[in-house]
Write a protein that binds this ligand. Structure first.
Ligand SMILES: [Zn+2]
Length: 233
């Protein structure tokens, strides 16, 4: 690539099931290999995202070990309702709050809403969690990264109600042109993943076309499915 590129959203602690070359590597060696591969194609910095408690903890260790990484931590929108159900959501929030204080954790994310994987019974917990993470990003001055799956209207509504943090990223943007315009007007960053290259993604390319370059980010959201967590070192 003509310029160094930042992958602003990746899950390096998760491995594809069919990643034979990574078989047998421990987590740190696996991550080092991904960083080397990325650098070889011009991606010299990566934001590692840990969005459940185990992964968030790992993320703080990964950013300490690898200078090419910065990190983000949060409870994923599909994770928060599980904690609410078990009755340990407050403890989970406390852990995220402790981890986000790490100086190389620059992102609160990914948080947001996912109406695809979580049914109506989990929506209240999701929305409460989203509001809590928005507040956390503002209190700590960190970037907010948003996961929005089939929930565009509520994501935009809740951001407006709470007041978005100064730096807000729509991770793996999946809206149409009208939504892209709205996000641009509000000063959000729009992050595009490989999906924008799919043949069927004309709508997404139209959305991309209305975003000024200074508000465009790119990401891999690696790895694609099927995938599994690598055991902690
Ligand atoms: Zn992600």
């Amino acid at each position: 690539m003509p310029l160094p590129v930042v992958d602003n959203h990746a899950h390096l602690d998760i491995r594809r099931d069919d990643d034979a070359a990574g078989e047998g590597l421990d987590l740190q060696a696996h991550v080092e290999r991904l960083i080397t591969d990325a650098r070889a194609v011009g991606v010299d910095r990566i934001v590692q995202i840990g969005c459940d408690l185990e992964s968030a903890e790992l993320t703080t260790r990964l950013v300490d070990a690898h200078p090419a990484l910065l990190g983000g931590v949060a409870l994923h929108p599909n994770e928060a309702p599980l904690h609410a159900e078990r009755g340990d959501l407050e403890e989970a929030y406390a852990s995220i709050e402790r981890l986000v204080a790490h100086p190389r954790i620059r992102v609160v994310g990914e948080t947001g809403l996912d109406y695809y994987r979580t049914g109506p019974e989990g929506r209240d917990a999701q929305q409460d969690s989203f509001r809590w993470h928005i507040d956390l990003a503002k209190r700590t001055g960190k970037v907010l990264q948003i996961h929005d799956r089939d929930a565009h209207d509520d994501v935009l509504r809740i951001l407006a109600e709470e007041g978005a943090p100064e730096k807000t990223v729509m991770h793996c943007f999946s809206g149409d042109m009208a939504m892209a315009r709205e996000c641009v007007e509000r000063g959000y960053y729009l992050s595009f993943a490989g999906t924008v290259t799919f043949k069927s993604a004309r709508e997404l390319r139209n959305a991309l076309s209305v975003v000024p370059p200074e508000q465009i980010l790119v990401e891999t959201d690696t790895p694609t499915s099927p995938r599994r967590r690598i055991g902690a070192p």
